[in-house]
Write a protein that binds this ligand. Structure first.
Ligand code: 3PG
Length: 209
């Protein structure tokens, strides 16, 4: 398995970030590390994403990747900024093909068996199940994943401290993604103490599985 996926398997939670001011990237990285989660998916949902990735990627103590990757140009920009993994909400063959050809780790979003089988064509071993809760949550994932013994998942969308343990107990769940500990308003308010606290709480709950 890819070494970064091994890290996700160890951390079990990927914070999904939408950051509006790149200057918040440094204290955000500190808060995540302090909370025990040295990784971040910085989504291309804001104009500050690329610069925030660049700032975080300069540090050696946090794994930074790009999320909401919709276009090949965003993969190029993210890699240039130092991102080490790509996450997309859906399965875009152009984006996946570019990543696979260039040996860039991508966990594309899937929400049905057809998506999974498209991913299998590219020999992808870990996929994002998105939006997990809206698409039936753990029950759907259990039934949908049954024919595909080799694939593992990162459910994301509607996951929080109340349901993360159920997901993590399922053997095909490598990790879960979520934004609840890094909400944009907490970042904008520079409430990094609360981000650390929520992160630590999430890590503690995940460790009890
Ligand atoms: C994502 O982009 O992956 C989702 O917005 C994360 O979902 P959540 O906000 O429900 O955690």
């Amino acid at each position: 398995m890819h070494e970064i996926l091994v890290k996700f398997q160890k951390h079990r939670i990927i914070p999904v970030v939408a950051i509006h001011e790149a200057k918040d990237a440094e204290p955000l990285a500190d808060a995540l590390i302090d909370g025990g989660l040295p990784c971040a998916e910085i989504t291309f949902r804001t104009d500050a994403a690329e610069e925030a990735i660049r700032i975080m990627a300069q540090r050696s103590n946090i794994q930074v990747g790009a999320g909401t990757v919709l276009k090949v140009d965003q993969v190029k920009a993210a890699v240039d900024a130092g991102a080490t993994f790509m996450v997309s909400p859906g399965f875009n063959p152009k984006v996946v093909e570019y990543c696979v050809e260039n040996k860039i780790l991508i966990t594309p979003g899937i929400s049905n068996p057809t998506d999974i089988e498209m991913a299998l064509e590219y020999n992808l071993e870990v996929l994002k199940f998105f939006p997990a809760e809206a698409f039936g949550g753990l029950n759907t994932l259990k039934m949908m994943s049954a024919p595909y013994g080799m694939v593992q998942f990162i459910p994301t969308g509607g996951i929080n401290t109340g349901n993360l343990q159920e997901y993590l107990k399922f053997s095909k769940v490598l990790a879960i993604g979520g934004s609840w500990m890094v909400k944009s308003d907490l970042i904008s308010e520079k409430n990094f103490i609360e981000i650390s606290r929520l992160t630590r709480e999430a890590v503690t709950i995940a460790s009890q599985v």
